[in-house]
Design a binder for this molecule. Sequence first.
Ligand SMILES: Nc1nc2c(ncn2[C@H]2C[C@H](O)[C@@H](COP(=O)(O)O)O2)c(=O)[nH]1
Ligand SMILES: [Mn+2]
Length: 212
Amino acid sequence: MVSDNSTWTPETVLSTLPYRPEENSTSPVPFFHLIERLKTTKREGWRRFGINNGESISDHMYRMSIMTMMAPPSLAEKINIPRCIKMALIHDMAEALVGDITPVDPVTKPEKARREASVMDYITTTLLGKVPGGALSGGEIKEIFEEYEANESDEAKFVHDIDKMELLLQMVEYERLHKVDLTEFTHVKNRIQLEPIQKWADEVILGRPNKA
Ligand SMILES: Nc1nc2c(ncn2[C@H]2C[C@H](O)[C@@H](COP(=O)(O)O)O2)c(=O)[nH]1
Ligand SMILES: [Mn+2]
């Protein structure tokens, strides 16, 4: 269980790892090993409802990346979709060390943001800082993460909507599979900003097994 401990640093977790990524490497391999944790860390929100073998953080980001490619024409013609795909795959990367903090955890939003920013600094400077910038440099990863967090650009607003949309899809899928009421999660629908994505969300909610 996470606590609102403001002394948390990436070292808090790194010191407990069975395998510590080599720092200041000129190879991206240590970074590749670190992000394995996105494959093995389950999304926390569902676990509270007894769904212990649920999706991982990378499962969530994978479907989001596919969904960004399916942007409706009215959006696709005005936003940079390749950047959105990168943003979808980067936005929860810090959770490899921070973990998946939910709105019901006793961690304030500023503290969650502080922890995630410190991990992205660690990833983009200590792990990737000496890796020759290829198609995606550590600096670009940090820039894309910060754009998502600021939630001001059209691309960031779209990816935030897709983040909520992906959660709604998973909510309905788990309600069907586990015969559980996950109404607690429906609040995210009200925070979807773009009209075409609101339409997608309306359709998903209609698919709930026991629609109210
Ligand atoms: N128990 C609840 N968990 C929730 C709620 N809204 C979101 N969440 C979970 C979903 C994820 O596990 C996590 C945050 O996901 P991000 O993609 O934003 O990192 O929080 C809720 O109402 N209840
Ligand atoms: Mn997310």
